[in-house]
Design a protein around this ligand. Sequence first.
Ligand SMILES: *Cc1c(COP(=O)(O)O)cnc(C)c1O
Length: 241
Amino acid sequence: MATQATKQQMAEAVAAIRANMAAAARAAGRDPAEVLLCAACKTRTVEEVRESAALDIDLFGENHVQELVEKTDAGAYLGKPGHFIGHLQTNKVNKVVGRAAMIESVDSQRLLDKIEAAAARLGVTQDILIEINIGDEESKSGVSPDALWALADAAEAATHLRLRGLMAIPPADAAPDETRAFFAQMRTLLIRLQERHYAAALPDTLSMGMSGDYQAAIREGATIVRIGTAIYGARDYGARG
Ligand SMILES: *Cc1c(COP(=O)(O)O)cnc(C)c1O
């Protein structure tokens, strides 16, 4: 069984990540304050997440609806925002809309319609990102870059959604220079999205980069990096699923 990271281990890890994030931002001529640290806390316990929330983490990312519900109900984020970053099944949308500050992983018209309907029912505006399958992988969710524009137009037409930008997970087996090229393609897509002059909100968010590649992502324009292992240690899927 994987052991939980101690408070001290998490504090040292977050400090090191923050230093790396700032260095990567400065190397790209960017202000380090532009880049948010999302702790990807799937499989982590409420206590572990609560301890980490006292650290210099900006927001939390959940992949599973049940964990989002459990941790928000327990106040585990200490008032910091929670984002939904996993594949969202349409039958679970009602539990996420209004609870997640942002749904980063919108990847179909059907899901978008369900989120709009749920947000309308609650009378809230839901921030979303569109997930791009940037490596064109069969096993990954996300839309192709070509399919982005129709989905973005639909988000703009919806009255209870605010399209804030894009999210991606490049192929895990890509070489570092390939990964960097995928990140650069994402930045280009975001710029093209901005050029469409949507009225609801300026899409300014680029969520990309994980434990192994967040510095490259920041150099290519990431505004949110989602980091799990480098903060909490290796995951134990056996314990939580
Ligand atoms: C788990 C996860 C991460 C973090 O991955 P690490 O390699 O542990 O940093 C980031 N984004 C998503 C969508 C994830 O599911």
